[in-house]
Design a protein around this ligand. Structure first.
Ligand SMILES: Nc1nc2c(ncn2[C@@H]2O[C@H](COP(=O)(O)OP(=O)(O)OP(=O)(O)O)[C@@H](O)[C@H]2O)c(=O)[nH]1
Ligand SMILES: [Mg+2]
Length: 462
């Protein structure tokens, strides 16, 4: 069991000016520290043994006895606290000078600055939560959409942890049975229940398949679907990008070849995150090297996109350069042709679009058709599955996908070994391998470097 020796402190609210700031202190000396800094409103000492989960009102005093601020201090005694150690949270006025003085005083009194995520790391080390829940804490803090929040909240509650714990428990039982039989072999009793072992493995495989079935939703949920706005020069791609993001991020001019590099912005449509990419317009044989590189990047971006919005100028039928070729290469299952500038009227166009590709008439200038583009983005990305799944179940992160997919593969090997009655020692080794992967998932087993990688994603103060 982990034993905390030092006391850490940090600002837990966002830095900057705010009504209130919360400084959090955790560790064996947290309460002793409170004795030093908190006085009653009239300036007297608190003759208190600091009650669990009580809020104290008083003055915050520095070491020289100067009053710094009027504060509220919440006391949470370990192990019944977030970190599992004694925790004090001091709510002071949220200005940078106040916070700086409060922190200085707390550090001078014996606490040290907390590392990013260190409070949660202690919660993990003290057994208050497992690694899957600790990751959910970071996810919840980083959640920008309702779907991200829902998945993180459920994961924090332990829904996913319980399923993986159950898998681990069943492997422990299987391992015990195999090992018991190893001991009996010398007495000539080889009583491994083969059908029973196979049934366990089959159940585990089905459970892992179910968990892994959401793996493809992991990236869209956490990063967003990639939407690339492509098309010939001057069609209004950047104008549409600005319209969809609601801000003038991209430079718009009447000069063809304005956009040179790929620009990215996140937008949220009905709770679903999208990363919009504005790209350089396609045209052949530009003498400009920078533009040529930009066009190369546009083509690459479109290849990796979940959705391509192919923008054409409805008022100008000329589609020179690479245009026809790019159109021919569009993948109908993820492309939308946007006829832009319909406010200028539409000329009889020479360009024909394959029938299976969806089309929308729009104007980045007036906003016409933009709502329909958003709806098409949702449809083409297949975001309905994400919305539905996020409301109902866990969506594994990349770390868990890797571990559980590996466990899934090793279960197959184990199943074959059991079927062909391989020696029990070998079965024990293979069973232990699967168990280890489950334990790495929940963090019952881990390497130091892993904790650093996970907790450095956190902000300081969490
Ligand atoms: N009337 C009208 N003009 C538009 C519309 N959308 C864009 N424009 C104009 O078309 C010109 C080109 O717009 P951009 O958004 O820079 O086009 P682009 O496709 O990003 O161009 P490149 O980056 O050069 O490839 C600008 O003068 C815009 O003001 C529209 O819906 N209606
Ligand atoms: Mg542009």
């Amino acid at each position: 069991m982990h034993h905390t020796t030092d006391t850490i402190a940090a600002l837990s609210t966002a830095p900057g000016e705010a009504g209130i700031a919360v400084v959090r202190i955790s560790g064996p000396r947290a309460l002793e520290l409170l004795d030093h800094v908190l006085r009653t409103p009239s300036g007297g000492r608190f003759d208190s043994d600091w009650e669990h989960r009580r809020l104290y009102h008083g003055g915050f005093f520095d070491a020289s006895g100067e009053r710094v601020d009027d504060v509220m201090a919440a006391v949470m005694r370990g192990p019944d606290s977030y970190t599992g150690d004694d925790v004090v949270e001091i709510s002071c006025h949220g200005g940078s000078a106040v916070v700086a003085r409060v922190l200085e005083t707390v550090f001078a009194a014996g606490a040290r600055p907390a590392q990013p995520g260190e409070f949660t790391q202690r919660a993990f080390l003290n057994g208050k939560m497992d690694l899957i829940q600790a990751e959910a804490v970071a996810d919840l803090i980083h959640a920008r959409t309702e779907l991200q929040r829902m998945v993180a909240e459920r994961q924090l509650r332990g829904t996913l942890s319980r399923r993986i714990d159950a898998l681990a428990d069943a492997m422990v039982t299987l391992l015990a049975v195999i090992e018991a039989n190893i001991d009996f072999i010398e007495e000539g009793i080889d009583a491994l229940d083969v059908p029973g072992a196979l049934a366990t493995i089959t159940r585990q495989r089905a459970e892992l398949d179910d968990l892994l079935s959401t793996a493809s939703l992991s990236r869209p949920l956490r990063e967003g679907y990639r939407v690339v706005i492509a098309g010939p020069v001057n069609a209004g791609k950047s104008s549409l990008f600005n319209r969809l993001t609601g801000e003038a991020h991209a430079i718009v001019t009447e000069i063809p070849g304005t956009t040179r590099d790929v620009l990215r912005e996140t937008v949220v449509v009905e709770g679903v995150p999208f990363i919009l990419h504005d790209t350089a317009g396609l045209r052949d044989g530009t003498p400009d090297r920078v533009e040529a590189i930009g066009i190369g990047r546009a083509v690459d971006a479109a290849e990796n996109a979940d959705v391509v919005l192919f923008v054409l100028d409805a008022s100008d039928h000329a589609l020179g350069g690479d245009g026809p070729d790019a159109l021919a290469r569009l993948d109908a299952s993820r492309a939308l042709v946007v006829w832009n500038k319909v406010d200028c009227g539409r000329r009889a166009d020479a360009v024909t679009i394959r029938r299976e590709i969806a089309q929308v008439r729009a104007s980045a200038l007036t906003g016409e058709g933009v709502e329909e583009i958003r709806r098409e983005m949702l449809r083409l990305a297949g975001s309905e599955a994400l919305s539905r799944t996020a409301r109902e179940r866990a969506i594994l992160n990349a770390r868990l996908v890797t571990l559980l997919a590996e466990a899934r593969g090793r279960l197959d090997t184990l199943g074959q070994a059991v079927e062909s009655r391989e020696p029990l020692e070998l079965l024990a080794v293979q069973t232990r391998e699967v168990l280890t992967l489950y334990e790495e998932a929940t963090g019952r087993r881990y390497q130091e470097g892993l904790l650093d990688a996970i907790f450095s994603r956190f902000c300081i103060g969490k």
